[in-house]
Ligand binder design. Structure first.
Ligand SMILES: NC(=O)C1=CN([C@@H]2O[C@H](COP(=O)(O)OP(=O)(O)OC[C@H]3O[C@@H](n4cnc5c(N)ncnc54)[C@H](O)[C@@H]3O)[C@@H](O)[C@H]2O)C=CC1
Ligand SMILES: O=C(O)C(=O)COP(=O)(O)O
Length: 536
């Protein structure tokens, strides 16, 4: 039985023991827990033998770690944010990255809401004062939330939960999220603003709930903060870097910003000289949004299940770098996936050089299924020869094609053609293209058309495609040359456009003929082209 090494990696940020026990109960898993992996070198050493690595936000899965972990198949994130994992590099290496969206939503929304309340009533400052033996009631006058305007930036899972709580407290909620539909905003009873400046300028409180991306970095910068009402209070429980912390510190000092509550920082932990640490009216927590028993149990169990199912059955759930594949779909599309790769490999051997497009068209039953992965299989098969089979995989195939300037598209129609299932692959540039179509006969894959001409071949062994003038004696000439070199013909399919026109001969061979034999075939009078296509 294959053994899988699973590394639970952290930097003092443990994963739920229930999740770990679930993995340990699997006889084929060898589970190591190491919570001292702050340094990259330590992480590299710990990861060398791992087939799966599970992390929260503390341990970093960098390119160096991914390079060292030669067996790695999957990285699991027990939480939402995957910014501690080098996703593009993981994709390049064919490593699936999964997270557990939803498991910590309520905990994080509650924490962010708690921060807003602490901020508006100066709870931490008042607490410190009482501990210090003081009784300074007049210093800690706060503000009500009732009837105030709240801007929620990022109206996803956490933003939505936050908004619901705010509405229960009598706040007016405006939302900014370019991906939120007007219908959904109406359903949530929030005022949707198309423009970020419009969303923040009247707000008494602003809360952020989106990922850190090049687009969202420093979304609240000095200019935008100055646009806000004097006294605005800012809550960030999403990711450090969404707010420009230096600008925030400056405006807090000036009093333009009335307060800030942060759970996340541009650098974690923030260094001692971090300007914000000395700013007035601030509340800090050390990235605690998801730190509840409930959230940790939920994300710990979810990630353990997801990683287990991936290693044992290839199931892909909640992946951030490839489409999801549940066991039912996997069982359904498994044969198509393998056939898709073969068609890709075949067409790479007859397609024009420097192709600009690769199209995969499905019709019939296949046109009704989710074939995203099958198309990736076609692309993988197509790219394997030029790029190298170990360099291209289902995860990086689309990105690799983009880098090459190859436009990749797929289309589906549910109506059958003359076949109940058809996968058609077209590769070329402009009008110059090759087309291969495949179908299934009684569950068995068949190549049914090449360049629009009807053929029939089982995709196995080596295929020899010959284009020749349609005239007597051609088959005999092929057979003689192949026979002389001990190459056995297992199957033959003939097709011609018109009598005496051009014929296609597709031969399935038991072995691959040497190049000299191909050249000999090319020299037969009447032969236009010979392609030798290897399927493996
Ligand atoms: N402090 C903590 O411990 C935790 C922090 N988080 C962080 O909270 C954030 C949100 O998490 P979820 O709500 O679960 O994610 P989500 O994916 O449900 O929501 C994110 C929302 O941001 C929106 N968005 C994307 N780009 C945007 C832009 N340019 N402007 C405005 N909105 C944009 C998306 O449309 C989406 O609705 C993530 O960054 C996550 O890492 C999540 C859990 C715990
Ligand atoms: O899920 C997220 O995005 C979080 O930020 C939670 O991080 P954590 O698992 O608590 O280190």
């Amino acid at each position: 039985m294959a053994k899988f090494n699973i590394l639970i990696a952290g930097n003092n940020d443990p994963i739920s023991s229930i999740g770990i026990d679930l993995l340990k109960a699997e006889p084929s898993f060898d589970v190591t827990v190491n919570m001292n992996l702050k340094a990259e070198d330590a992480m590299v050493e710990a990861s060398r033998e791992a087939h799966a690595i599970i992390v929260r936000s503390g341990a970093k899965v960098t390119a160096k770690v991914l390079d060292a972990a030669k067996n790695l198949k999957v990285v699991g994130r027990a939480g939402v944010g995957v910014d501690n994992i080098d996703i593009p590099y993981a994709s390049k290496r064919g490593v699936v990255v999964m997270n557990t969206p939803g498991g910590n939503t309520v905990s994080t929304a509650e924490h962010a809401f708690g921060l807003m309340m602490s901020l508006s009533r100066k709870v931490p400052q008042a607490h410190a004062s009482v501990i210090g033996g003081k009784w300074e009631r007049k210093n800690f006058q706060g503000a009500e939330l009732n009837k105030k305007t709240l801007a929620v930036l990022g109206m996803g899972r956490i933003g939505t939960e936050f908004a619901k709580r705010a509405q229960a407290f009598g706040m007016t909620v405006v939302a900014y999220d370019p991906y939120l539909s007007a219908n959904r905003a109406e359903m949530l009873k929030v005022e949707l603003r198309d423009n970020l400046d419009d969303a923040v300028k009247d707000a008494d409180f602003i809360t952020m709930h989106m990922p850190l991306t090049p687009e969202t970095k420093h979304m609240l910068n000095e200019t935008r903060l100055r646009l806000c009402k004097k006294g605005v209070r800012v809550i960030n429980c999403a990711r450090g870097g969404l707010v420009d912390d230096n600008a925030l510190a400056k405006l807090l000092e000036e009093g333009h910003v009335g307060g800030a509550a942060l759970d996340v920082y541009e650098v974690e932990p923030p260094p001692a000289d971090y300007a914000l640490l000395k700013a007035p009216n601030v509340v800090f927590t050390p990235h605690l949004g998801a730190s509840t028993e409930e959230a940790q149990e939920s994300v710990g169990i979810e990630i353990a299940e997801q990683v287990k199912e991936n290693l044992l059955h290839g199931t892909v759930v909640n992946a951030v770098n490839m489409p999801n594949v549940d066991p039912k779909t996997l069982a359904e599309i498994g044969p198509f996936l393998r056939f898709g790769e073969i068609l890709g490999r075949l067409i790479s051997q007859i397609a024009p050089q420097r192709a600009e497009f690769l199209r995969v068209n499905y019709s019939g039953n296949l046109g009704k299924m989710d074939t995203t992965l099958v198309s990736r299989g076609v692309l993988k098969g197509y790219l394997e020869r030029p790029i190298g089979a170990d360099q291209v995989n289902l995860i990086n195939a689309v990105g690799t094609a983009e880098n090459l300037g190859l436009r990749f598209t797929e289309s589906r129609v549910p109506e059958p053609t003359e076949f109940s299932d058809l996968i058609e692959v077209e590769v070329g540039s402009g009008e110059n293209k090759a087309v291969i179509s495949g179908s299934f006969f009684g569950g068995d894959p068949r190549i049914v058309k090449i360049n629009g001409r009807r053929v029939e071949a089982t995709p196995e062994g080596t295929l020899l495609l010959l284009e020749n003038d349609d005239r007597p004696g051609m088959i005999g000439a092929y057979g003689t040359i192949l026979g002389k070199h001990q190459v056995n013909i297992a199957n033959m399919s003939l097709s011609r456009n018109v009598e005496g026109g051009t014929a296609l001969t597709l031969l399935t061979l038991d072995s691959t003929p040497p190049q000299a034999v191909i050249q000999e075939l090319e020299k037969i009078p009447g032969v236009k082209r010979v392609y030798c296509m290897e399927l493996e």
